[in-house]
Design a protein around this ligand. Sequence first.
Ligand code: SAM
Length: 225
Amino acid sequence: KLSKRLETVASFVPTGAVVADIGSDHAYLPCYLVHRGVASRAIAGEVVQGPYESAERQVRTEGLADKITVRLANGLAAVTPQDQVDTVTIAGMGGPLIVSILEKHPESLETVTRLILQPNIHAKVIREWALQHGWALIDEVILEEDEKIYEVLVLQRGEMTLTEQEILLGKFLPARKAPAFVKKWTREYDNWKRVYGAIERAEATLENEAKKQELTQYMTWIEGV
Ligand code: SAM
């Protein structure tokens, strides 16, 4: 059985998709997608030998080797235009690593129409990247599993506008106020408040004033939602 986190990622894969799952580890996600008949074919990319071998083993054990290709490669180097991949999933990494993977091989994204990205932290940098690279958010989910909070971002090609607040909190998430959303930002808010207090007790430098202003802005956004 797939984790709730990966099940959420899977739920955004269109039927008939040709999927590349980058950083696939055990290839659980592509196996699930092909088994269920959601993906017609898939590529599981891994940059580390150990996880690459687990992926190979998993695909063979499940008898899916004719539909899932496992490749040892760095990021989107696992994908070539001939693969005709239309959906890319990248899950279980930090936002900055996900963005660096997306930026390194733009040619691998030529045939891709949907990105499903699941950052463990710093979803903000993905929203910033999307805004600057012609991708639009079509949905977002925030969820909690095993005491950890995860975000899933779904992107399609197109233009969007995002305010600074939406870049941080999400485009769809603030209005929905899921329990995980409330928990995450209540925690952040308390943290910012503590940092603010510490800065106030410290020396009044320009840098500290700027940081205080930034924190005030963030706290106002949270109070607003
Ligand atoms: N995607 C799976 C999931 O969400 O459960 C596995 C997540 S695991 C925490 C991250 C995996 O990404 C590791 O197996 C790691 O080797 C792989 N990885 C990290 N950087 C990568 C890169 N540049 N290219 C391919 N795989 C990478």
